[in-house]
Design a protein around this ligand. Structure first.
Ligand code: ASP
Length: 442
């Protein structure tokens, strides 16, 4: 039988109605054997995610707020779960668990422990509702002493455990440190757990259920109703998510990518939609859409260093990059001319040490001039089809210049998977709309 690992995000498990939809989806396909839930998310715009309520509760305890205030905050969390249990008609008393968690939080079990209980408690309820076995992530997901994820140990223990259960629920977001304390991944980390479970189960597919029907070709706040991406490769996705497209946690790609397991982004509220398939290799691409997606980020600065005969000076680039390294700055791009070198990097990171960095570059390179310009945005146009289609770059530049936007930097990745352009931040939305229009809506 096929094995599918299914992860449901917080909005898919926000209340009892959503639990019912989720159960229907799982029961509709017997190969959906391993389920990874998030904590209950928002039920409406101004609602608060259970994870955030738990962080708040932790803060109150840490600040030594009055017992009454803490009890009130905690009881709101308990109410979220109790109403789910009640509305699902489950004959099931969780009060012992709630008491235990509260006491542990009161007795300094830590911030990550507090946050992780959102997934833990939700997992217990979902397992009960589905009639699946509950595997506590604490016993199967491991971190190393230095806080990094321990993939070897986890894979060994988790795959052995999964073999013992045909159907199981494994809560997302957390695991265990060598000293037995709980550690979480970064926010949105249940996606990572889903990917780890998919690898350990040697799944055929990792379905990631959320509240959108897949990845959109670009940001819907900029382009109205953009098309959904049908198929995207891991590499394309890396490029797009790095540039700000979010649906899936960035680190969720690695475990399944190495195991060659595709990810399918699906919509819990519209299970009939195909969603987006994320695959290792896709031969095909949509001839109509040579571009898979367009994403971008604002907030970059360019340091431009000029020096006559720079190109003959061996080690010039290294000296500049060493300064960045000394200040712990990572750079995005290095557009260079014969006698100029520019470094593009995040304004926020540079701001904290700007004068010192400029001083250090000055003293190691003795340039003719060194300038900094802020307010640069980067746009990545990503598509595996670009390699085969002639004239893509020309079309990108034409679309941008026809909309009266000045291009300040161009970078085409050597794999011909992307073209990155740097423009003034104020032109960001105009440029994205123009590129989208050129490639998608004629
Ligand atoms: N509940 C956690 C968060 O809100 C993890 C997740 O949902 O993936 O970040």
């Amino acid at each position: 039988m096929n094995v599918k690992v299914v992860k449901f995000g917080g909005s898919s498990l926000a209340d009892a109605e959503h639990f019912k939809q989720v159960a229907q989806i799982i029961k509709a396909d017997p190969s959906r054997r391993y389920v990874v839930p998030s904590a209950p998310g928002k039920r409406f715009g101004s609602d608060i995610k259970v994870t955030d309520m738990l962080y708040k509760c932790y803060e109150l305890i840490r600040e030594r707020a009055g017992r009454e205030i803490i009890e009130k905050q905690y009881s709101q969390i308990v109410q979220r779960y109790e109403s789910i249990i009640k509305e699902l008609g489950l004959d099931f008393d969780m009060s012992g668990e709630f008491e235990y968690v509260k006491n542990a939080m009161l007795h300094s079990s830590g911030r990550d422990y507090a946050a992780s209980r959102g997934e833990y408690l939700n997992g217990i309820i979902l397992a009960k509702y589905l009639g699946f076995y509950f595997i506590d992530a604490e016993s199967v997901i491991f971190f190393r002493e230095n806080g990094t994820f321990d993939e070897e140990k986890t894979n060994e223990v988790l795959s052995a455990e999964l073999k013992l259960h045909e159907y199981a629920v494994i809560p997302g977001f957390y695991g265990c440190m060598p000293n037995g304390t709980i550690k979480t991944f970064s926010r949105g980390g249940s996606d990572i757990t889903g990917s780890i479970v998919a690898r350990a189960a040697q799944a055929d597919l990792y379905e990631n259920w959320t509240d959108v029907s897949g990845f959109l070709m670009t940001d819907p706040r900029i382009v109205e109703n953009p098309c959904t991406i049908d198929t995207i490769t891991y590499r394309e996705l890396r490029e797009l998510s790095y540039m700000g497209a979010t649906v899936l946690h960035e680190d969720a790609i690695f475990p399944v990518r190495y195991a060659g397991i595709p990810i399918n982004i699906r919509n819990t509220n519209r299970p009939e939609d195909r969603g987006t398939m994320i695959v290792a290799n896709a031969e095909s691409y949509d001839k109509e859409h040579i571009i898979t997606g367009i994403a971008g980020k604002k907030g970059f600065s360019v340091i431009t260093i000029e020096k006559d005969m720079m190109n003959a000076e061996i080690g010039f680039g290294r000296k500049v990059l060493e300064v960045l390294e000394d200040f712990g700055l990572s750079f995005e791009h290095l557009p260079s001319g014969i006698d100029t070198m520019s470094v593009l990097l995040s304004t926020a990171a540079l701001d904290s040490c700007k004068e010192k960095v400029l001083g250090a570059i000055n003293s190691v390179t003795s340039p003719d001039s060194i300038t900094v310009e802020d307010g640069v945005a980067l746009i990545a146009i990503v598509g595996r089809g670009m390699i085969k289609a002639k004239g893509t770059a020309a079309r990108v530049f034409d679309a941008i210049s026809s909309s009266n936007v000045n291009i300040r930097m161009i970078d085409q990745g050597s794999c011909e998977l992307n073209i990155i352009v740097g423009i003034d931040e104020n032109d960001f939305e105009t440029a994205i709309s123009a590129i989208y229009k050129e490639f998608v809506k004629k």
